[in-house]
Design a protein around this ligand. Structure first.
Ligand SMILES: Cc1ncc(COP(=O)(O)O)c(C=O)c1O
Length: 391
């Protein structure tokens, strides 16, 4: 049958990580098992307490009718309690919180609730693709804000063209940031809120890495303002629950309400027993501390290997990634390909694949992203292999 893709679907490339998966497949076909730092999908088990809570919930919830799109009140109450403890903010579970099917679902769909065709959406570059793709499918226009090392990987709000700002409805931010690993400061959040309020722009703050930090605890944008803000959260990385597809959005009730109105049109909510498992995960911090320790050990091993071969120190303050500067004069893809040499067989994601190309600038070029998801043993092996690299 002739391809029946819509013009919008036909105009976009494959999802970046499909390419990474294909590279890994190619190496496997050659009989080589690569050590895969490509995709940020934790390989460690989901904590036992979460799995046990899920099993119990499946039995307790014998009849499995459609869930509430906004989530069980019990789940939203746990989110409210957790947010109070973690960020000292009080959220009304009835009006200011809505469950989602993972952060990706919310990041993609939010533009459908708020923009009209032709409206601009301000998107950080490097970009988490669903922000850009959701904007595209909702009929909006992305305007990219480069996240440059010189500006601590924060968008330069003053540099945004005034005529674009006037036509913008949403600004996305994501701190701790994937892939640059940067943290936002309170000062930046204050500047962002002033900018957004002055220009009637909604802020979507994807905070799905807020619990994945090393030395300094990240702040939430909701500590600075609730008005005009949607915080996006997820259990995926905090509790190794990527497969469970569960998270939430929280913030300004005037923005949560349109999202709740939109949601029943495309899904029927997260499974109730998954919400119970997520509530159990949020009620425990011990496994999160353990998880942070594990990532720190792997981070330090990899950072040392990179510094041993003369690369810039890119020690991440947060997230499960290293955003490594490539050797001088070597582009992202070339560096990633060097690592795919069968002798080394280490998979990373070229930074340029994670960024939109803008005229002469691809802010991800010159970087490679390593997701610290292989086991400790494999991370040690990878570090040894990386030490063999010569430039
Ligand atoms: C910035 C960002 N937001 C959202 C997600 C997806 O989170 P979830 O698994 O909750 O959909 C990711 C996953 O890598 C991410 O990097």
């Amino acid at each position: 049958m002739r391809s029946q893709q819509s013009d919008k679907l036909a105009s976009i490339g494959t999802y970046a990580f499909v390419d990474v998966k294909n590279r890994v497949k190619e190496l496997r076909q050659q009989g080589i098992t690569p050590i895969d730092f490509g995709i940020g999908d934790p390989t460690a088990p989901t904590p036992e307490l979460v799995r046990e809570a899920l099993k119990k919930a499946v039995d307790e919830r014998k009849s499995a009718g459609y869930p509430l799109e906004e989530g069980e009140l019990s789940y939203r109450q746990v989110i409210s309690d957790w947010s109070r403890k973690r960020f000292s903010i009080s959220l009304d579970p009835q009006k200011e919180i809505c469950a989602n099917i993972g952060a990706k679902e919310a990041v993609f769909h939010i533009p459908f609730a708020f923009i009209n065709p032709g409206d601009y959406v301000l998107i950080p570059n490097p970009v988490y693709p669903p922000a850009q793709k959701g904007t595209h499918f909702a009929g909006g226009k992305p305007f990219y804000m480069p996240l440059l090392q010189d500006n601590s990987h924060l968008p330069d709000l003053e540099a945004l063209p005034k005529e674009i700002v006037k036509k913008s409805r949403i600004i996305y931010v994501n701190y701790p940031n994937n892939p640059t690993t940067a943290l936002a400061t309170k000062d930046f959040y204050k500047e962002l809120v002033d900018f957004a309020h002055d220009n009637s722009i909604i802020i979507v703050s994807d905070e799905c890495y807020s619990e994945m930090y090393y030395e300094k605890k990240p702040v939430s944008l909701l500590e600075t303002s609730r008005e005009g803000v949607i915080q996006v959260q997820s259990l995926s990385k905090r509790s190794n629950m990527t497969c469970y597809r569960i998270g939430w959005i929280a913030g300004d009730e005037n923005l949560i309400a349109p999202f709740k109105k939109l949601k029943p049109n495309y899904d029927s909510g997260a499974a109730t027993f998954i919400q119970d498992a997520a509530a159990a995960a949020l009620s425990d911090e011990k496994h999160v501390e353990e998880m942070r320790k594990g990532y720190k050990e792997k981070r330090d091993i990899m950072v040392k290997a990179f510094s041993d071969i003369g690369l810039e120190d890119c020690t991440p303050p947060a997230t499960l990634y290293i955003w490594q500067r490539c050797p001088e004069g070597i582009g992202s893809v070339e560096f990633a390909k060097k690592l795919l040499d069968p002798e080394i067989a280490v998979v990373c994601t070229p930074g340029s694949w994670l960024s939109a190309q803008e005229e002469n600038l691809n802010p991800g070029d010159g970087y490679a992203r390593f997701a610290l998801v292989p086991s400790l043993e494999d991370t040690k092996k990878a570090a040894e292999k990386i030490r063999k690299l010569e430039f």
